[in-house]
Design a binder for this molecule. Sequence first.
Ligand SMILES: C[S@@+](CC[C@H](N)C(=O)[O-])C[C@H]1O[C@@H](n2cnc3c(N)ncnc32)[C@H](O)[C@@H]1O
Length: 271
Amino acid sequence: MNLEDLETHFRFGDNWQSYARTIAEGHIRHAVAGLRELLPDGCAGETFLDIGSGSGVHSLAASILGAKVTAIDIDPASVKATHSVLASHGFSGVVPKQVSVFDLNPVTFGQFDIVYSWGVLHHTGDMWRAVAKAADLVRPGGRIVLGLYDKTPFCGFWRLEKAWYSKAPKISQRRARAVYMALFRLKCVLAGRSFSKWIAGYDSHRGMDYYHDLHDWMGGYPYQSARPSEVQGFLRARGFRQTVFIPSGVRIGILGSGCSQYTFLFDAQAV
Ligand SMILES: C[S@@+](CC[C@H](N)C(=O)[O-])C[C@H]1O[C@@H](n2cnc3c(N)ncnc32)[C@H](O)[C@@H]1O
């Protein structure tokens, strides 16, 4: 997929620009904590490639932890959001680039201590080729961190919904979100949970925001998903050893899937 294929994509970047305007200290603290969970040995002084940087809040978290960050995204609005989030927190030296993961060549672009791609590669239209591309950018002894949607029995339905939503007028998108939220509230009631507490505490999810994440979920197209065993097998065959695994916890997926999170270490001799 090349930059021309951006037309078939959901407008991720517009959503991230809107979220970026709301980022507060609490979001950043949770983004840092989320990154620490996936990189328990830290990342200070390491080269860190953020593929599909979106709002830039995780590039910011990595910069705060002392990593030398390179950020890329296919969507120019995401690139702008990342740039302004980094610059407004004192990291104006990190200049994100508009480029597709499919156009990154380790010979010319280099290899990194850490390749981070959270919630991205399943939105590229060719997930396994994208995972292979990202893995090629990890230096021997380096780490790859991924967030990828789990496969559920409802993924086929959600793919169709996203194909529709990503091209639907704003008013139809708003109605679709209202229906979704009504169903989600019902689920909370049945489970004896408080919907408003869920929303209020949502920034504990890597510093994210419920309403922006909902728009991203409803519209995130292209859409693919994977079983953790498929991801683990795919990377094991390329010489990677899993060091962290945080399952999404989603099983049936009527109201959507969730991302399982992975960190793998690249042991080039194991290939
Ligand atoms: C769901 S957002 C995730 C953003 C961020 N990583 C996070 O965790 O919040 C997916 C991002 O991937 C970007 N993206 C999609 N396809 C891409 C590609 N082929 N190359 C680079 N970025 C891509 C989108 O533009 C979007 O900003």
